[in-house]
Design a protein. Structure first.
Ligand code: F8G
Length: 237
């Protein structure tokens, strides 16, 4: 299939976040991660559980298939069989995430979402991040406030910041000091461009090109999961 869009590459990269997850609760925030989780469920991970973030488990077509009220989500968080894909106003080289405030904490210039579930998520189970606009403003040397905990802070045995998927690249922390590394750049993007849009030096080794979605995946994305192409609004071509 031709004309594969950047948004579709990002959806497939988000689906790959869940490779090997098995019977795990996926909690994707934002459209592209949600499409990715649904795509994974329909292809490689048939046992993946999809939360609507409120009270239900849903099939990829949004039919209710389970009851997961808020209080129960906390049990799953503590148990650890969950993979959350959160957003980030800022994320730094060790995977600290900020969705709380911009600027000096005593007098922030912007009040954002607050800490929400980020601290508990990051100390209890696998966490990834989705950044729709990779820029030096988001990929910062050090976050202004730590919401999600990174590798340079003592975060306990269940801490597992897996990957950061952006509109330009896939990144992880699989380095000796857990500083951020480029795993792959999306087709049409150079490593230089990714570095230019990042405020700290990235580890660059064995970088590949992010895979294209398969024909089966494209069919699922275009006809079943997002027929109205809302994905193009989150990641313009
Ligand atoms: C900036 C920057 C920046 C933004 N530098 N300025 C400015 C400088 C920008 C704008 C203004 C606003 C378990 C669980 C939970 C639960 C439970 C269960 C979670 C405990 C459920 C409910 C709960 C957390 C889930 C997410 C976040 C998803 C996004 C957002 C965003 C954008 C964060 C990316 N770097 N950045 N500004 N939540 N959301 O110029 O200025 O600030 O900017 O898991 O919750 O409680 O816990 O945020 O901000 O994962 O991803 O989209 O708020 O939209 O509009 O960009 O324009 O006003 O002048 P936003 P944005 P201005 S898990």
């Amino acid at each position: 299939m031709s004309d594969i869009t950047r948004a579709e590459v990002c959806v497939a990269a988000c689906a790959d976040l869940f490779l090997g997850a098995g019977e795990t609760l996926a909690s994707p925030m934002g459209l592209i991660p949600s499409l990715g989780a649904k795509l994974a469920r329909l292809t490689t991970e048939p046992d993946l559980l999809l939360s609507d973030g409120e009270a239900f488990l849903l099939t990829p077509e949004s039919t209710v298939e389970g009851w997961l009220p808020y209080r129960k989500v906390f049990d799953v968080v503590a148990h650890g069989r969950r993979h959350v894909v959160m957003g980030a106003n800022q994320v730094d080289r060790f995977g600290n995430q900020n969705i709380s405030a911009i600027g000096d904490h005593a007098r922030p210039t912007r009040q954002l979402l607050g800490f929400r579930g980020a601290p508990g998520n990051t100390v209890n189970h696998r966490t990834s991040y989705w950044v729709p606009r990779h820029s030096t403003r988001v990929l910062v040397e050090a976050v202004d406030v730590v919401s999600g905990v990174g590798y340079d802070r003592a975060a306990g045995p269940f801490h597992d910041v897996h990957r950061v998927v952006t509109n330009l690249a896939v990144l992880d922390f699989d380095t000796p000091d857990h500083s951020m590394r480029v795993v792959s750049v999306h087709p049409g993007v150079s490593v230089d461009e990714v570095q230019k849009q990042t405020s700290f030096p990235l580890v660059v080794q064995d970088v590949t090109e992010t895979r294209l979605p398969t024909d089966e995946e494209l069919e699922l994305i275009r006809t079943r999961l997002d027929p109205r192409s809302k994905r193009d609004r989150e990641v313009p071509q």
